[in-house]
Design a protein around this ligand. Structure first.
Ligand code: C2O
Ligand code: CU
Ligand code: CU
Length: 570
């Protein structure tokens, strides 16, 4: 009865407060080639009364939008000031596995992780989020994550809106559950409150012209069946991995966890009017995340289940100078790998299981098993073009995601995909009984020891083990399956010692095979973890307090096995 009353009160407040809108928060941008990100626990005033304990990156919720230029080498300094370990994954980025920030690249508390890579992705809308195994749902729900915009010459030449926050608006869609004392329920798969960029009941002003909305489904489970309250047509211009060949007009778009689209919406001549971006989830069947209704008092119960609800109110204001007022008719010419060049077809199964896994109870699995850190599903030869055939016997839908590559959907149940998902993708919703075939090429970053992940992007399913992994192998290296790779140690030394701002490595002229340099203090605490440091430039240690340290050199082919410890003082 108490629960019922509480639910009634919450419902009452949810309805009562619907009329009050908050201005949409637009995340700050970071650009250049060095990006400093600090993840930490903090607090945010979501509601009157109690503040909410959250986590954020460079702030109190979510994180900044990083703007990358294709071709640049970007360096990230990710400082973990959380109480717990975390990882940070650059979702959609094509990069070396050791920089990927998947569950293997753990960042202990009070340490800095410094991945870097050359941006080779097409212009588009990507994102980053924690990926610590069995903790992804909680850490994402706590507010950690951020957006990435990649720019390139092809996209820059098009007449598209790109005034960030004015006619080019990033929208990170999530929903969250709060308890009666305004605290986040971190293990709730579904929320009761919709938020955009961390703003509850968001509204925003848009100019009376063509506006670009970059939309991420950053929810841990729910899909959003997007549309406008006046049923207006909007134009999809990108999917996960970049531009479509041409804008595709739609009135609805089902966006699942991890997926992104960029859309163009015309507000020409509509000054003074308002329209709502909505989730038309009342039409979703129970097998789509968000379409299922759960009994009150159960962990999956949520106020938004199978309802139409408001995401963002848009108020049309005056035109800007140099407005974009038309929708281009073409965008780019995508060249996808051809089926004639396929070297391998892999069948990936999505299914239900009643066997209790790490989380116990019925759940969902890939390839008939739960994720294990030391089990590698596939060895993918470098330069392979492959078809991955996703076959679902599951009773629920799962947004399948693969790291490392963007793919092109060939067929959904034997039919060509609709044009709005016929571009580059890295997440695809696989419905019960469906078979989805996609093609992709693994053309870089061979590394036989560091895997890339593939998994269901519903964070709870992934945490419970609906995940697998693969390595990209260079066949010319000739590693025999199961053999222990030969260890080739160079003689390393460091200078100067004591060191001040930079620490240099003398590698005996070999300059190969360093995977990580880890700096630890005398208590063994990790201070820095530097994947593939550029040794010729020295390692920046200016942030280290005065003291005694060890530099630990971890070699490519002997990761976790052999290393050398070099003592230095600062
Ligand atoms: Cu966005 Cu492996 O995840
Ligand atoms: Cu990813
Ligand atoms: Cu799933």
């Amino acid at each position: 009865m108490r629960k019922f009353l509480l639910a009634f009160l919450l419902l009452f407040f949810a309805i009562k407060s619907e009329a009050r809108y908050n201005t949409l928060l637009i995340p700050d941008t970071l650009s250049g080639t060095t990006f400093n990100l600090v993840a930490k626990d903090t607090i945010k005033q979501f509601f009157p009364g109690n503040q909410t304990v959250t986590a954020g990156i460079n702030g109190n919720w979510w994180g900044p939008t990083m703007i990358f230029n294709k071709g640049d080498v970007v360096h990230i300094n990710l400082t973990n000031k959380l109480q717990d370990s975390t990882t940070m994954h650059w979702h959609g980025m094509h990069l070396p596995a050791v920089m990927d920030g998947g569950p293997h690249q753990i960042i202990p508390p009070s340490t800095v992780w410094q991945p870097y890579w050359q941006v080779t992705n097409n212009a588009g809308f990507y994102w980053f989020h924690p990926h610590l195994h069995e903790m992804t749902e909680e850490q994402v729900n706590s507010g950690l994550g951020g957006l990435i915009i990649v720019r390139d010459a092809v996209e820059s030449a098009l007449p598209l809106p790109r005034k960030y926050g004015i006619d080019d608006i990033p929208l990170a869609l999530t929903d969250r559950k709060f308890d009666a004392s305004n605290q986040l329920v971190l293990d709730a798969p579904y929320g009761d409150s919709m938020m955009v960029n961390g703003t509850l009941r968001a509204q925003y002003n848009v100019p009376a012209q063509v506006v670009r909305l970059r939309i991420l489904n950053g929810a841990t489970e729910r899909s959003y069946n997007l549309g406008f309250s006046d049923n207006r047509t909007f134009y999809v211009i990108t999917t996960d991995g970049g531009l479509l060949n041409a804008p595709v007009p739609v009135t609805r778009y089902l966006l699942s966890s991890g997926e992104r689209i960029e859309v163009l919406v015309s507000f020409n001549g509509q000054t003074g009017q308002s329209v709502n971006l909505m989730a038309y989830n009342s039409t979703l069947p129970a097998v789509i995340p968000g379409g299922d209704i759960f009994p009150q008092g159960t962990p999956f119960y949520n106020y938004l289940a199978r309802k139409d609800f408001n995401i963002l109110k848009l108020n049309v204001t005056a035109q800007t100078s140099n407005p974009i007022t038309s929708i281009p008719s073409t965008l780019t010419t995508n060249v996808f790998p051809s089926e004639g060049s396929v070297n391998a077809t892999r069948v990936v199964t999505l299914s239900d299981t009643t066997i209790g896994g790490p989380g116990a109870g019925p759940t969902f699995i890939l390839n008939h098993k739960f994720f294990q850190f030391n089990y590698n599903d596939y060895n993918v030869p470098l330069n392979n073009t492959e078809i991955w055939q996703l076959t679902s016997t599951s009773t629920f839908s799962h947004p399948f995601h693969i790291h490392d590559v963007e793919f092109h959907i060939l067929t959904r149940n034997g039919a060509a995909p609709p044009s709005y998902e016929a571009g580059w993708k890295d997440v695809v919703l696989v419905k019960p009984g469906e078979t989805v075939r996609f093609i992709t090429k693994f053309d870089d970053y061979a590394d036989s020891l560091h895997p890339f992940m593939f998994h269901c992007h519903i964070a709870l399913h992934e945490d419970l083990g609906m995940m697998g992994q693969f390595v990209v192998k260079n066949p010319s290296v000739g590693i025999v399956e199961g053999s222990t790779p030969v260890q080739q140690h160079a003689m390393y030394s460091i200078y100067p010692n004591p060191a001040y701002n930079k620490l240099f490595f003398n590698d005996g002229g070999t300059n190969n095979g360093i995977y990580y340099v880890r700096i630890t203090n005398t208590l063994g605490k990790t201070m820095y973890m530097l994947p593939k440091p550029e040794l010729q430039n020295g390692i920046d240690i200016s942030g280290l307090p005065v003291g005694v340290y060890f530099a630990q050199v971890i070699f490519d082919k002997t990761f976790e096995k052999a290393d050398c410890l070099l003592k230095f003082t600062k």
